[in-house]
Design a protein around this ligand. Structure first.
Ligand SMILES: [Zn+2]
Length: 257
């Protein structure tokens, strides 16, 4: 493995300090004020390609291709972290494998959950959204997103629910041994893609979003557990929808459909 595997991208050093995402939108430190809180966060206010957005399925340009990205995930030692605004699972960069997207390999670094979902589709917001954050060779970021509605328990969350339980109301982290990202089971064929931003400060732009069109399931108990674990002073950790500002959304769909 190269030295890069051990380097934490600067953008995530900043993100690690964040505790503001669970403030409500109109509270003084909430999302609608992020751009005024620090000069380095001004993109949250001035950026023209921010995330999340509402995705219109009718406006999406259909691209017929069977492999938007290929996953090459492997089990890797992980830690689970309560950042105060979310629960996240972290791997050493490169140790849990990668995705191959447009001919470039992007290593999986971490995944975390939002409730309710940040993105909406045709105006519908879902109960939960999982973000899998990947870094390319020049620290370009690709986030794969899965949306969930209430239903059967989510298998990956079941794997880590004991550890989440022990992190309730504690801004701590703990090693949890090997975690296999393949348990996330995206199980998708069709994916939306657009270019947006981080949904927490500094709201950096140029992020490639790949959103699974297939909505998966999570039990209401699991959503409650995530909320109980982190949202000690707010009910939600989803940034409000941002203007699309003429951006194009693509829908990748297999050629045989
Ligand atoms: Zn996120």
């Amino acid at each position: 493995m190269t030295g890069r595997a051990y380097r934490v991208p600067p953008i995530f050093i900043t993100l690690g300090l964040l505790v503001l995402a669970s403030d409500t939108a109109d509270s003084p430190k909430g999302p609608s004020h992020w751009g005024d809180l620090k000069p380095e966060w001004k993109t949250c206010k001035t950026g023209m390609s921010q995330s999340p957005i509402d995705i219109s399925s009718r406006s999406a340009i259909i691209l017929r291709d069977s492999n938007v990205f290929q996953t090459c995930y492997i089990p890797g030692d992980a830690i689970i972290r309560n950042r105060g605004h979310d629960i996240s699972v972290w791997w050493e960069l490169g140790k849990a494998g990668s995705i191959l997207f447009n001919g470039t390999s992007y290593s999986l670094q971490q995944c975390h959950w939002h409730s309710p979902s940040e993105h909406s589709i045709d105006g519908s917001r879902y109960d939960m959204e999982l973000h899998m954050v990947h870094f390319g060779p020049a620290n370009e970021i690709v986030v794969i997103s899965n949306l969930y509605h209430s239903g059967s328990p989510n298998g990956f969350l079941s794997h880590v629910s004991g550890q989440i339980q022990s992190l309730i109301d504690k801004k701590e982290e703990m090693p949890i041994g090997a975690v296999d990202p393949r348990h996330i089971k995206e199980d998708g064929k069709n994916y939306y893609q657009y270019t947006g931003s981080l949904t927490t400060p500094p709201c950096s732009q140029g992020i490639t979003w790949i959103i699974n069109q297939k909505v998966l399931t999570v039990s209401s108990d699991q959503v409650d557990l995530l909320r109980q674990a982190v949202f000690d002073y707010a009910k939600e950790n989803a940034r409000p929808l941002q203007p699309i500002n003429g951006r194009q959304v693509y829908l990748h769909t297999p050629t045989n459909q």
